[in-house]
Design a protein around this ligand. Structure first.
Ligand code: HEC
Length: 188
């Protein structure tokens, strides 16, 4: 590798792993693009099963019930039973425990999902279906608390936040066969 290529590679590394000033110097150097804004970068998040990176904020099932009625029930049903009738396709979210090995498995958050933290990640990223990314973190925590409480996985009074959510044990947590490939350990 020539000295020149080494320098470029080094410069790119600095851009990726340090702050805005270096990103600006890369933009200047290559004369292409612009530095992403903090708002743009905030849209790229992923909450792994451990809950690492869960934001500040908190919510209760009571608060979540009100948000759910306004924002989610039209598609997911007012009892979280889903709403196929309207053709909107909002899944059933609770129930179905013990059905997975049967001929008519009912896959829901309650019966299937192994990690409660995924619920925060998914709702924040993808719901409501018609306006993804529009919920505040407190609202997402409240919705998570409401769904888990309706599924009787947590008590109706439990507060969900970055500390309590990763401790929630989902009913199907041990229903998956572990995949030992080392590269997958990155996502744990
Ligand atoms: C306009 C209809 C609509 C609205 C409103 C809506 N959803 Fe959904 N929701 C869907 C659809 C459709 C899917 C399936 C998406 C897919 O599989 O890609 C889904 C999937 C989900 C899932 C995953 C279910 C599973 O087992 O895979 C959750 C959790 C969820 N929604 C929660 C919510 C919450 C909480 C709200 C309110 C903030 C909400 N949704 C509002 C239509 C909706």
């Amino acid at each position: 590798m020539s000295m020149r290529r080494k320098c470029l590679a080094f410069a790119t590394g600095v851009c990726l792993f340090s702050g805005g000033a270096s990103a600006q110097s890369i933009v200047d150097h290559f004369n292409v693009g612009r530095v992403a804004t903090a708002d743009e970068i905030a849209k790229y998040f992923a909450i792994p099963p451990s809950g690492a990176g869960l934001p500040a904020g908190s919510g209760t099932a009571k608060a979540g019930a009100a948000i759910f009625a306004d924002t989610c029930a039209a598609c997911h049903g007012d009892k979280l039973q889903g709403n196929p009738a309207k053709g909107i396709g909002g899944d059933r979210l609770i129930g179905g425990q013990g059905t997975l090995a049967s001929k008519t498995p009912v896959k829901t958050v309650e019966s299937y999902w192994p990690y409660a933290t995924t619920l925060f990640d998914y709702i924040k990223r993808a719901m409501p279906f018609n306006a993804p990314g529009s919920l505040k973190d407190d609202e997402v925590y409240a919705l998570v608390a409401y769904i888990l409480s309706e599924a009787r996985i947590i008590k109706p009074t439990e507060i969900m936040d970055a500390k309590s959510l990763p401790k929630v044990q989902m009913p199907n947590r041990d229903g998956f066969i572990p995949d030992p490939r080392p590269e997958l350990q990155l996502y744990r």
